[in-house]
Design a protein around this ligand. Sequence first.
Ligand code: SF4
Length: 209
Amino acid sequence: MSEAERHATPYYDIIAYPLHGNCYLNTTARCTLRCNFCPKYNRTWEVQSYDLRLHHEPDVQEVLAAVGDPTRFKEIVFCGLGEPTLRLELLLAVARALKAQGATIRVNTDGLANLVHGRDVTPELEGVVDALSISMNAQDEETYIRHCRPRKAGAFAAMLAFAGLAKRYVPSVTLTAIDGLEGVDVARCAAMAEAIGVHFRRRVLDAVG
Ligand code: SF4
């Protein structure tokens, strides 16, 4: 099917999209959080002119086909407008296949995989995921809950614990927070990341990265 034909079909889904020299993967619309700054909770699924609404969850072969040759990109980034670790099995299968072709794999995550799956999944990332970018979003639980509205109790502590565990298996782990969100102290977030022993990155609202 040509690109034009795919766009003309009623259920055309953007599974992989290029940005900043990377390839971003959109594998699920589901989330554990309901962030009040998220586009999808503000009546749009559009990010950087890509409509990321999914009508189905793609399987491994669909994702690999959507990527094509991964060596065209600096990084393959599991991102999208959903939490990629909710589909952990697919994530690991796709990442393994792409790494075998020479790709560098990053996962942008809420850091709640251990809380959701009820076990420590971080050892499973070893040798498969090169970098984790974890949305910390706040310096304390109260501010986190206000902005991220987690569906599960204990999410803030679980996210911080995940970062500490993941650094044993993933070469680069970065906590991120959005500068400019009401009540968010980015400097304190950075200090907490340093105390955990991971990197920190200040993010800008609505910028995919
Ligand atoms: S984790 Fe990301 S995709 Fe999910 S609700 Fe929050 S901002 Fe949106």
